[in-house]
Design a protein around this ligand. Structure first.
Ligand code: ADP
Ligand code: MG
Length: 699
């Protein structure tokens, strides 16, 4: 009798060589690992084909017939083994490139075989390379399940003869030798409520499904369980953080907030802005440390939410900081906030790398004695010399540009860490956010301010450039301004830079001075020059801004109504979306023109189609996730969502939501999982805790 913790060498058929390979290639050590080595697809072998029914479809087929002849064919490297295989309707060839000698001895001529494999078609004749072979007599002896499991494999595994069939046999042996039951992880009540099948049935049917229906139930059960325990850990971590980590308490909504709200607010807040503000207010009033992610599409109005949150800090005698990733953006925030605060007695300063030493000293001084209320800036804020008297809230715009370590520098000198609000315009699909940031609080501004017109987006080939330029001239004639953006991708920076300069030259020819004035901004320029060129565009002195993606983040020029993106097939979806967000900020109808070459990859076509089809940042993020997989989305690396055994973070949204809700309900009712009915869950939970330090390093 085998136990789950036994090494797989206990299983009949697992030699030490095979065990070593399985460990090295797919990480299987113990019997339980092998049980949890799930098939990644299934093949319905209830169907048999006749040779004359075959089509050139590349499908995997199953045929009954006989080998009439086997021959070795010499080729450049080694020998190829070819067998002629017939049934009563025709013939085809079975081909092996490896293991020829061994196979030649073991294959039997003129005996009925069941052959299974992927069909190759060549000159109207078919062949099956490396088919699975089984004598019909053996095939009939076996219990036939409706579907055959197909396991993930690696080159080394298949080269060493650990084929799918071998793995299947090993797992069959394991089931026979194990003969026990899997410990259930959910109580009978819960299993009934969630309409799950038992763990035992799930494991059996995931490997050897008795029917399509049972397979679906097995998959659901195992996905649910996997996602549930991840959510349980994340949510529990959040509960612990909230119960332990004290934060400054902003008890009152005072004079500054109220007078700003009454006299200075230039528009009515959207419902989404109001809701988010309530969420923040509740947090900062609670005495618990706030760690909140604010997601809101470009243009959704995050800045005003940031400002109002800072005013809450000020009203309670604290200072506030706002950090942006670039000087341009920091300067813009500074300007906007100073304007918004006109007439209210609040001191605001801007601190960036280009602030002169004298001014810098003055800022340091005023920060320490508390006469400076709000500091806005870049990375420069994170320097050791920058010491706040009492920083109550730190707001970070566009989070992906800052590391965790950098963030914690901000509050080193404080008694308590300040509340943190991280704002991002890169929407993360909800499912992923739940998994990656499951222990943070998330607020979403999912509504744009009223009156915004959707940016009309079109895809044009380079060959239509003249028509595009004509359109730009018409827009400029109406008094509008235009962005023309070039890709700048690190690996080919020099070439991209040349493209930009060539582009600038040709645009200067097509849009000659003095009728047209052009600004240019790129990463190689000094901050002061960049700022100068930006300002010319902001003030309307230039009509065209030629730039690389440095303008991607946050720049606000409401009069700009056209965004032309050169070589747009080279940009990622989220970048395209960010760039498009630079227009459509004023009252005028705005346009985004995606220029490309004729040659486009399938993914590029999908990206362009998505951009033309929707302006919803969350929908775009979903497509992006499907195209690039979760591995490329920030935060996923540490989160473990990439190590899921069976659930798919992109496809299994519904299961995730259910699992998460259950975890929340359960922990709300029983935070320590100490109630008897949660005993089984507690056992699995603490087992998981022991085996993974995985969750400890999420910020
Ligand atoms: P983002 O979320 O991209 O940072 P901003 O805060 O820069 O967006 O806001 C974009 C524009 O929308 C700004 O010009 C801002 O003044 C304006 N805005 C923000 N909220 C509202 C609102 N509730 N009603 C009207 N305009 C708003
Ligand atoms: Mg912004």
């Amino acid at each position: 009798m085998i136990k789950l913790s036994n090494p797989i060498t206990y299983i009949t058929g697992v030699t030490t060589t095979r065990a070593a390979l399985l460990k090295q290639e797919v990480g299987i050590r113990s019997c339980v690992d092998l049980f949890h080595f799930f098939p990644n697809r299934y093949i319905d072998k209830t169907q048999f084909y006749k040779i004359n029914q075959l089509h050139n479809s590349n499908a995997e087929v199953q045929i009954v017939g006989k080998i009439t002849q086997i021959r070795s064919v010499k080729q450049k490297q080694g020998t190829r083994l070819v067998a002629t295989f017939i049934d009563e309707t025709g013939s085809l060839e079975l081909v092996w490139f490896k293991g020829a000698k061994w196979l030649k001895d073991s294959l039997k001529v003129n005996k009925p075989y069941v052959v299974y494999g992927k069909l190759n078609a060549y000159n109207n004749s078919f062949s099956i390379p490396h088919p699975e072979m089984e004598l019909l007599t053996d095939y009939k002896k076996k219990v036939q399940t409706a579907m055959q499991p197909m396991y993930p494999s690696t080159e080394a595994l298949s080269k060493s003869g650990i084929t799918n069939k071998v793995i299947r046999t090993l797992i069959q042996n394991l089931f026979i030798q194990f003969d026990g039951k899997f410990q259930e992880s959910f109580s009978p009540t819960l299993i009934k409520e969630e309409q799950l099948i038992s763990k035992n049935d799930a494991i059996l049917n995931i490997h050897f499904p008795k029917s399509q229906e049972l397979l679906a139930k097995a998959q659901y059960r195992l996905k649910f369980e996997e996602l549930f325990f991840i959510q349980l850990q994340l949510i529990r971590k959040k509960i612990i953080r909230k119960s332990k980590l004290k934060g400054y308490q902003f008890e009152t909504v005072g004079e500054k907030f109220n007078s700003f709200y009454k006299n200075n607010l230039p528009f009515n807040l959207t419902n989404a802005q109001k809701r988010v503000l309530k969420e923040i207010r509740k947090d900062v009033a609670s005495g618990v440390h706030m760690n909140r992610l604010l997601q809101g599409d470009v243009g959704s109005g995050k800045t005003i939410v940031a400002l109002l949150s800072m005013l809450l800090a000020l009203d309670n005698g604290f200072q506030a900081a706002l950090i942006a990733p670039t000087e341009i953006l920091a300067a813009q925030h500074y300007k906007a906030i100073v304007e918004l605060l006109a007439g209210i007695n609040i001191n605001v300063e801007l601190l960036t790398g280009s602030v002169k030493v004298k001014k810098r000293r003055e800022i340091h001084q005023k920060l320490e004695d508390g006469t400076l209320h709000i500091l806005i800036g870049t990375h420069a804020l994170l320097e050791d010399k920058v010491i706040f008297k009492n920083l109550g809230i730190a707001i970070i715009d566009e989070q992906h540009r800052f590391g965790v370590a950098q963030r914690s520098k901000m509050w080193k000198k404080n008694a308590l860490p300040p509340h943190v609000l991280v704002m991002t315009a890169t929407p993360i699909p909800r499912t992923l956010a739940m998994s990656v940031y499951g222990d943070l609080d998330i607020s979403v501004i999912d509504e744009l301010p009223p009156g915004r017109k959707e940016v009309k987006t079109v895809h044009r080939y380079d060959s239509n450039r003249l028509a595009v330029f004509k359109f730009l001239k018409d827009e400029i004639a109406k008094g509008r301004q235009v962005y023309i953006v070039y890709p700048l991708i690190q690996e080919s920076a020099a070439m991209d830079y040349k493209d930009l300069m060539d582009g600038y030259e040709s645009i200067s020819r097509d849009f000659p001075m003095p009728e047209y004035q052009i600004s240019i901004v790129h990463g190689k320029m000094k901050p002061a020059d960049k700022e100068y060129e930006m300002q010319r565009f902001v003030k309307g002195e230039t009509q065209i801004m030629v730039a690389t993606t440095v303008i991607e983040v946050g720049v606000n020029v409401p009069n700009a109504s056209v965004m032309v993106i050169e070589s747009s097939e080279r940009f990622g979806l989220s970048q395209l979306h960010q760039l498009r967000g630079r227009v459509g900020r004023g009252a005028d109808q705005s346009y985004c023109i995606l220029l490309t070459d004729f040659k486009l990859s399938a993914d590029a076509k999908t990206r362009l189609k998505t951009m033309v089809g929707t302006s919803d940042g969350f929908k775009i993020a979903e497509v992006d996730l499907k195209l690039r997989g979760p591995g490329n989305i920030m935060g996923t690396q540490q989160s473990g969502v990439l190590n899921l055994k069976i659930a798919d973070i992109v496809k299994d949204t519904a299961v995730l939501t259910k699992a998460r809700n259950l975890a929340i309900d359960l922990l709300t009712d029983d935070p320590d999982l100490s109630k008897p009915e949660n005993k089984l869950i507690f056992n699995v939970f603490s087992e998981n805790q022991k085996s993974s330090g995985l969750w400890s390093n999420i910020s």
